[in-house]
Design a protein around this ligand. Sequence first.
Ligand code: UD1
Length: 417
Amino acid sequence: MKIIEIIGNKELTGTIKVSGAKNSAVALIPAAILCDEDVILENVPDISDTYDLFNILDLLNIQKDYKNNELKLDLKNMKNCEIKKELSQKLRASYYFMGALLGKFKKVTIYFPGGCSIGARPIDYHIKGFKQMGVNIKIDNDKYELDARNLHGADIYLDFESVGATINLILAATKAKGLTVIHNAAREPEIVNVATFLNSMGAKISGAGTNEITIEGVNYLKKGRGEIIPDRIEALTYIIIGALVGKNLKIENIIPSHIQASLSKLKEIGVDYIENKNSIIINSKKNYKATNIKTLVYPGFPTDVAQPFSVLLTQCSGLSNIKETIFENRMGHMPYLNKMGANIKYNLKEANIKGPTKLKGEEVTATDLRAGAALVCAGLKAEGKTVIFDAEHVLRGYGHLEEKLTNVGAKINIKEI
Ligand code: UD1
């Protein structure tokens, strides 16, 4: 098991550079296999989810070269085969191989995906959409066999603006016969990133970033180069750390328009920051004001940010409230924040945070990726030593965490026990 040790309450100053977005990378890597020539992806983050996807590429006999965040794929000898259970269950995004392999080979055998335990996370919208596109689906426990002799376009209405279902259906539709329209599609920037990349290879996708996406199927995708957008969730995690313990802390390689909902909440509670074209400079201060947050699909307040943000709310005067509307359980970090001195009453749907409270170092456990990120934020603010167990969750989404924070003055180290 990996643990993160932090000696907290140190002022952080300097520059933190945000990496490529996890949620884009885990979609663009499967998207790349739709290509009929070679592919290069830039700004691929050095996180464990990336390496878990590499294991699937190896299984499919794809040659890869990953250096300095650039990933080159040679797809000449690619073959289709069952994506083994242990590889499917390593991460959520393994399910993008459903859409990608359907597009490429019209056939895929895979298992129910893994990922953070933050709720039931069914994949019924993906399955319903694939069925409308002519895919026969056999489900045996957690094994999914998808087969489409005639993969064709369809008019699909999503019951909810699901990020995963939107991307998976785009992947399948890119090489399906005819026109697919996804209504009530999710609008996250990562979806635009996937569509832009596929279009650069000759796909015909329009409307990404809106609720209605149209895909005209093509037979061939030419040589491609794609660039992963900066990670808006990683950026916001470091911005929150800046609001807690920053002194002229610069967070660079960000796209401010992707994080507006969260920036406006920071402004509302009284955080001081300077917004530049692709960076933010932030200073922590005392006397933040309590606020209410409701998580929503993009462009609303991101569910992934609510967990780290809850740490900042422990430092606000008054009663703050977080309502979680996307997942059933994003409160895994709350008992540990209370152990560290916070005053939070919570159930699975909402949390009431009374502040300000002093935080002190404790032994805590990361129950999922963003719960772990929240505990890192809390550990950096707390007086004394914090030890975070099950740190693997955090490393799934935060590349070079130790190095990035040490470089700005944090006392943090990650070790295997
Ligand atoms: C993605 C992100 C995750 C983020 C989430 C919401 C990736 C790899 N992960 O997750 O970081 O927190 O978007 O922004 O990009 N649902 C169903 N049936 C389905 C699909 C989804 O009921 O077939 C439900 C889910 O259980 C959840 C809600 O819809 O309650 C939203 O899920 P979705 O947008 O699909 O999230 P993910 O793609 O899993």
